[in-house]
Design a protein around this ligand. Structure first.
Ligand code: NDP
Length: 481
């Protein structure tokens, strides 16, 4: 089969890297190279920035309704090629096709629809200074902005950034992860099909340290919206700080699930299965530390393990629960944490090894869903982000201790609390150090709500008007009367 040739999208054109160099793109479920992507560098980024600068004035001064129409055309263009996007996301990332069809692609479409409409409903403020006059706040686009996204939810997170950036009137230079570039390339082809105004969105593929960093460092990039690992976020933050550049960082997580003894056990187990292993545990919001109140610990454990052992792993194109993890390197990283868990005194209750399916996927990168117990909440396995299908179980006696353990990591992204006691639920939610708390559920996302993490899980918030505020510059105007 011939390899798919992924191209950059610069100034309305689909082009190869100026250098002519390319990187290979592997299907993690088979281990085979299925596409080549441009190995771009700062020369390609410069062209993209120039195109974005030229397109800026027209795009930002366009009537809101026209901008709405353009962004909706992108949403509709993805919808029209839904199955193609689903298959591409699964092939590129290793996730089951049902998951891409249920979550990734519909959500990418919603992101464009939501922000197309949000820019028309984004209010400006006015403050009356009694006896003197009126202040009003103008919110103007920033100019050219950079958007950089990771591999775990490729189009979902790519669109979560570029949709508000475009809606707010900015032009964009964006870089998806080089590990999963396929659906952002398909998005570029949609833009080409609908004749999207040239230079407004530019997508440059390649390595983070070359393409990503060139975007972040360029003086004409007015803001950077980044989702990825905490270490990369630190590098980007340092560069932006030197240039007084606006930056939004959505970083790693090590999220706790706290299950009290009055929780609805069936529901808690059911949802904890999803929050542990959805997308092979590669969602920043997955709960990887499960704290269970002592009196129901054994009951929870036996039900949970039974359910985990019933999960199927294998070919993402079939009706399985878990597909492949994203790459061989990532598989090795996850397995090294399982080994570390054993060295730290943990007991593997189930899983704990790579999985080798028969047939088409025999050389793919699979890991059995893994549950570990017997670890201190302060050990490395319970403190560092693994980002795979690996969770730990830890019993707790008191609410105070559960909160202490939950808050003990450098991260603070999300938390799920399970209890039927309303008062306790609110009290614990208040004390948890995370940007998002779910009570008796997981991963319910209303796009209007602030999204982001505390501590080393990030800086700033995305979502709803928070994103519109990030991508605009406020200016106060005072009028004397
Ligand atoms: P990385 O930080 O490795 O990469 C994220 C993106 O940044 C990629 O496009 C990458 O390029 C690029 N990049 C790498 N180095 C630089 C640099 N020096 N300058 C600019 N850009 C750079 O993260 P992963 O892709 O491995 O994604 C997994 C991480 O993302 C996990 O830690 C996860 O928790 C986090 N995440 C956070 C979310 C949140 O909302 N808080 C949501 C989803 C994931 P490339 O890889 O192509 O070289």
């Amino acid at each position: 089969m011939s390899l798919i040739q992924i191209q950059n999208y610069i100034n309305g054109n689909l082009v190869d890297a100026i250098s002519g160099n390319a990187l290979s793109n592997v299907n993690p479920a088979t281990g085979e190279i299925f596409a080549m992507i441009p190995d771009s560098d700062s020369a390609d980024v410069l062209e993209a920035i120039e195109a974005a600068k030229c397109a800026q004035a027209d795009w930002s001064n366009m009537p809101m309704e026209t901008r709405f129409d353009w962004i909706m055309k992108i949403a509709n263009g993805i919808q029209a090629r839904f199955d193609e996007f689903v298959l591409a996301e699964s092939t590129d990332n290793g996730k089951p096709t049902w998951l891409a069809a249920q979550s990734d692609i519909p959500r990418a479409i919603s992101n464009f629809k939501f922000f197309a409409s949000a820019q028309m409903n984004f209010p400006s403020e006015s403050h009356h200074t009694p006896g003197q006059g009126l202040n009003y706040t103008l919110r103007r686009p920033l100019g050219v902005v950079g958007c950089i996204s990771p591999w775990n939810l490729p189009l979902y997170l790519f669109s979560w950034k570029i949709a508000p950036a475009l809606a707010a009137g900015n032009t964009v230079v964006a870089k998806p992860s080089e590990i999963t570039p396929y659906t952002s390339y398909l998005l570029s082809t949609v833009c080409k099909e609908i004749d999207f105004p040239k230079g407004v969105l530019n997508v440059v593929h390649g390595l983070g340290a070359k393409v990503g960093q060139a975007i972040v460092e360029h003086k004409d990039i007015k803001a950077v919206a980044f989702t990825g690992g905490t270490q990369t976020g630190r590098i980007i933050n340092e560069i932006c700080a030197r240039q007084f550049k606006k930056v939004s960082l959505e970083l790693g997580g090590k999220n706790p699930n706290i299950i009290f003894d009055d929780a609805n056990l069936e529901e808690a187990v059911d949802t904890t299965i999803r929050s542990s292993f959805n997308n092979q545990g590669q969602i920043c919001l997955c709960g990887s530390r499960i704290f269970v109140q002592e009196s129901i610990y054994e009951a929870f454990k036996s039900l949970f393990i039974k359910r985990v052992e019933a999960l199927t792993v294998g070919d993402p194109y079939t009706d399985i629960n878990l597909g492949a993890v994203v790459s061989q390197d990532h598989q090795q990283k996850i397995l090294s944490y399982i080994q570390l868990a054993k060295e730290e005194g943990g007991t593997i209750l189930t899983g704990g090894e790579a999985f080798h399916p028969e047939g088409r996927c025999k050389n793919g990168f699979f890991i059995k869903p893994t549950v570990i117990e017997g670890l201190s909440h302060l050990c490395r396995v319970n403190q560092e982000e693994i980002f795979g299908p690996v969770v730990t179980l830890t019993p707790f006696k008191s609410e105070v201790y559960a909160i202490e353990m939950a808050n003990s990591t450098p991260y603070g992204l999300a938390c799920s609390i399970w209890t039927q006691d309303v008062k306790k639920a609110h009290q614990v939610a208040e004390q948890i150090e995370s940007g998002i708390v779910w009570i008796n559920t997981w991963m319910v996302r209303d796009l209007r709500t602030p999204f982001g993490g505390m501590k080393e899980s990030g800086m700033g918030r995305e979502g709803g008007f928070e994103a519109m505020r990030f991508f605009t510059e406020p200016k106060n105007v005072f009028v004397k009367y």
